[in-house]
Write a protein that binds this ligand. Structure first.
Ligand SMILES: NC(=O)c1ccc[n+]([C@@H]2O[C@H](COP(=O)([O-])OP(=O)(O)OC[C@H]3O[C@@H](n4cnc5c(N)ncnc54)[C@H](O)[C@@H]3O)[C@@H](O)[C@H]2O)c1
Length: 412
């Protein structure tokens, strides 16, 4: 088995692959995308905008037709808003070929799979793609929750397989997580990062573990807010108000969950929980499960935590500053704990964890920098108090925070 680049490179050197402006040179190559849903067509738009010839395939001809119509609409809107010239928009669209067979992918330099989140189906597709593409083609998956190692194991040469995780909507979200599997070789990681940076994206490198960086570290943003709601300490509008107005987050957790959709958000939480062998830290919430079961999926169905139907009134928050500060600190300290633990377990470098949370989910500040500002010792004391109060493992303090507090160290 080829040794993984990730394992061979000392941690400090991983920064080179995150911050060096490797797109100082430009090159284009044929990029094949499989799956023309929201992610596949978004990634196609990004690659074509960066000047690449793109092939977009879907096994459902209707989905492919919808993707084409959507992309045409998006381009027209960008022209209307003055963000693109008409000729540029036409050139971008002309670089995307909507194809009915994967055989067209034989001379692609990179293939990104963005199909349904199902391991067996993904493995079959990877096996098939490998038979078509050239030996030096990188085959990437955009999976949010499956292990890259298991997808790579479907290939004869798993060293060219990697996770390239875009966020939704791909054209707007700056961050891309690059996830080498244990089988991935150095060249695959290096070339993938160069390419994605040349598309104008910020890359971070994450270990092949559930949730990678963002979907793991962000869990308490939802989980702790739900817990505070379930305990009756505050209602959803008050928690949202506190996180936005006092915490400085772009959106409160309940507004955000309604926006993401409870089917999607609950599923990610459940998958992370199961993948971590039922670690109570990631336990999903019944409140959210019931919304999902009721079909109150959020904005898209007109109802979630809030009522979006015509004429419905949004309840007012209790604007109690002291309560608001307690809410923000309890959620924030849980996020800090998660970020510290991700660093402790070498999921990513310190700077990549900060970049991931500020660029991937637009947090107002990096969580580790926030920990420094609040005081590491203060974080440890709060977590220990919560742990003593609830006697639940979910509030256990990361060994890294405890050690740093003892040694009087800071993250920066
Ligand atoms: N939606 C998100 O917010 C998001 C964010 C990051 C990553 N992802 C990941 O991206 C992938 C795609 O997600 P999505 O939201 O775009 O899904 P989607 O349902 O919008 O699109 C999936 C597309 O794949 C097609 N498809 C299914 N099986 C296929 C096959 N065997 N061959 C070819 N095409 C096939 C479907 O017809 C559909 O058009 C998933 O792995 C998901 O976990 C999603």
């Amino acid at each position: 088995m080829a040794a993984s680049f990730y394992m061979l490179v000392p941690r400090p050197l991983l920064h080179l692959y995150t911050f060096t402006p490797l797109h100082l040179y430009t090159f284009t190559m044929k990029t094949g995308i499989i799956g023309s849903g929201s992610m596949g067509s978004g990634i196609a738009q990004v690659a074509a905008t960066a000047g690449h010839e793109v092939l977009l395939y879907d096994n459902n001809p209707d989905a492919l037709r919808r993707a084409k119509a959507n992309l045409e609409k998006i381009m027209a809107r960008l022209v209307e808003k003055g963000r693109l010239e008409q000729e540029e928009a036409e050139a971008i669209l002309s670089r995307i070929r909507f194809v009915n067979s994967l055989t067209d992918y034989k001379d692609a330099g990179l293939v990104i799979e963005a199909i349904v989140e199902n391991l067996d189906i993904k493995k079959t597709v990877f096996q098939h793609v490998e038979e078509i593409v050239s030996e030096d083609c990188i085959i990437a998956t955009n999976t949010s929750s499956l292990s890259i190692a298991s997808i790579a194991s479907a290939c004869q040469d798993p060293s060219r397989v990697i996770g390239i995780h875009f966020f939704n909507p791909a054209p707007l979200m700056k961050l891309v997580e690059a996830i080498p599997a244990v089988q991935t070789n150095e060249e695959t990681l290096k070339r993938s990062i160069e390419l994605i940076q040349s598309w104008g994206k910020t890359t971070v490198v994450a270990k092949d573990t559930p949730g990678f960086i963002v979907n793991r570290v962000a869990r308490p943003f939802y989980g702790e807010a739900l817990r505070i709601l379930e305990e009756g300490l505050a209602d959803a509008p008050t928690i949202d108000w506190a996180m936005k107005e006092i915490g400085g987050f772009r959106m409160g957790p309940f507004t955000l969950m309604d926006y993401i959709g409870h089917d999607v958000n609950y599923k990610v939480t459940e998958t992370v929980f199961e993948s971590f062998y039922y670690d109570p830290r990631y336990k999903p919430s019944f409140t959210q499960k019931r919304l999902m079961e009721a079909g109150w999926l959020g904005r898209k169905t007109g109802r979630g935590f809030y009522d979006y139907r015509e004429g419905a009134k949004t309840p007012e928050p209790t604007k109690d500053k002291k309560l608001g500060e307690q809410i923000v600190w309890r959620i924030l300290v849980m996020l800090i704990n998660e970020a510290a633990d991700a660093l402790y377990l070498n999921i990513a470098s310190r700077d990549d964890i900060e970049l991931a949370m500020t660029k991937g989910v637009n947090y107002p500040k990096g969580l580790l920098q926030w920990a420094d500002e609040k005081g590491i010792n203060h974080c440890v004391i709060t977590l220990d108090r919560l742990h003593a109060e609830y006697l639940e493992d979910r509030y256990r303090c990361s060994p890294l925070l405890r050690r740093m507090a003892r040694e009087g160290r800071r993250f920066y």
